[in-house]
Ligand binder design. Structure first.
Ligand code: MG
Length: 378
């Protein structure tokens, strides 16, 4: 790797930061912090997403999700970005904003130096993947707006090749599962969360309402590989297409055994974060679930799809609970994947953007430049 270049970029960033202090603290939604000394300026603010239903997966329940919204301004154009922090990721609004205060974009001549800029951002500190993603997304949006084209066109992707998106049904009582499944009738694929101790009841309840294909996400909720395989054999007879993260990510040998013996593809989610993980998990999983909040954004996610394909692995693109900002960004890559689970914006009641739409269950890209969104309020 280009160690010398990275050291140089990091030192430039630190030196530049020192000359632009003091930094403005973020003071709330109406007064975003502005960091930067030249034309390109990064601002950010915290925001709380309200979920339409309590969302339960193996391990936790929640009614809200904290996010941080970013904007990068340059020569009259504004790019939008977002970091979403469900609790299990280990990031928070505070950690994201503390990271963003260190990001000095003013040192770069223009947004088209994306490779240099995002490498510099990556080396400010380790981890902080969602924080890095919200810079990456805003920068891609800005670049697309400056050239007047949506990202999928700049990447040469055919919008007709977008997949259906699944809609997620969380772990709940049979009555609530039935209600949620009926509300999701416009979707052609559903993703059902399992691992809560009522797996067969969950599937049977969903199946009492609909015959659409189902994805299953266990969120590491099963512990025994033999019991897991028995259940997967039963699920393979229920119209299930794949199983996501059935065992804890630490049970690597058990997962490899399960993948080898399973009649359904096994997809890595919690175990899988960045591009270096793709090679590690060849043979352990059938495929990978790529999410911008794990991959540090679009730039690395795009590369990860290429690497996974080269290794003959299947590719899914997913999301956290997010506004239409981050979901529309991820959708720009969706013509490249086998499966999409891009429903995060549809689970909330206070979206701030309008972007990608779901038409007859299919992800439908628009002609708006960049990540394809319009801001609904300031
Ligand atoms: Mg998952």
């Amino acid at each position: 790797m280009k160690a010398g270049r990275r050291t140089f970029l990091k030192s430039v960033g630190v030196a530049s930061l020192a000359t632009t202090l003091p930094l403005t603290a973020c003071t709330g939604p109406k007064a975003p912090a502005v960091i930067g000394s030249s034309k390109m300026k990064l601002s950010f603010r915290p925001y709380e997403l309200q979920l339409q239903h309590t969302f339960t997966v193996a391990g936790n329940s929640r009614n809200t999700t904290p996010v941080v919204l970013t904007e990068i301004e340059y020569e009259g154009f504004t790019g939008y970005g977002e970091a979403s922090m469900p609790p299990y990721l280990g990031e928070s609004q505070e950690s994201v904003m503390n990271f963003l205060k260190k990001v000095e974009l003013g040192q770069f001549k223009d947004p088209f130096l994306m490779d240099d800029i995002l490498e510099y951002v990556d080396f400010i500190d380790k981890g902080n993947r969602a924080a890095k993603a919200c810079v990456d997304i805003a920068l891609h949006d800005l670049m697309g707006k400056m050239v007047g084209q949506p990202l999928y066109k700049l990447w040469g992707l055919n919008p007709d090749h977008t997949p259906m998106t699944s809609f997620t049904i969380g772990i709940d009582t049979p009555d609530m599962v039935r209600t949620k499944t009926e509300e999701a009738r416009r979707f052609k694929v559903l993703k059902v969360k399992l691992g809560g101790g009522n797996d067969r009841e969950m599937i049977e309840t969903v199946r009492s309402v609909t015959d659409v294909p189902l994805y299953v996400d266990v969120n590491q909720g099963w512990k025994d590989k033999h019991a897991a395989l028995d259940l997967i054999h039963w699920l393979s007879e229920q119209g299930i297409e794949f199983i996501e993260q059935p065992l804890p990510k630490t049970q690597v040998d058990d997962m490899a055994w399960l993948t080898e013996n399973s009649p359904l593809p096994i997809i890595a989610d919690e175990a899988f974060q960045r591009i270096s993980d793709v090679a590690i998990f060849k043979g352990v999983y059938s495929g990978v679930n790529i999410k911008l909040m794990k991959s540090t954004g679009l730039r690395e996610a795009h590369k990860m799809i290429t690497v996974a394909r080269a290794m003959d692995m299947q590719v899914m693109i997913g999301c956290m609970t997010e506004t239409s900002c981050a979901v529309s960004a991820a959708s720009q890559l969706s013509p490249l994947v086998d499966w999409a689970d891009l429903d995060g914006n549809l689970l909330i009641s206070n979206d701030l953007y309008e972007g990608v739409q779901v038409v007859d269950g299919k992800i439908t890209l628009n002609e708006l430049p960049g990540i394809g969104i319009m801001k609904l309020e300031s």
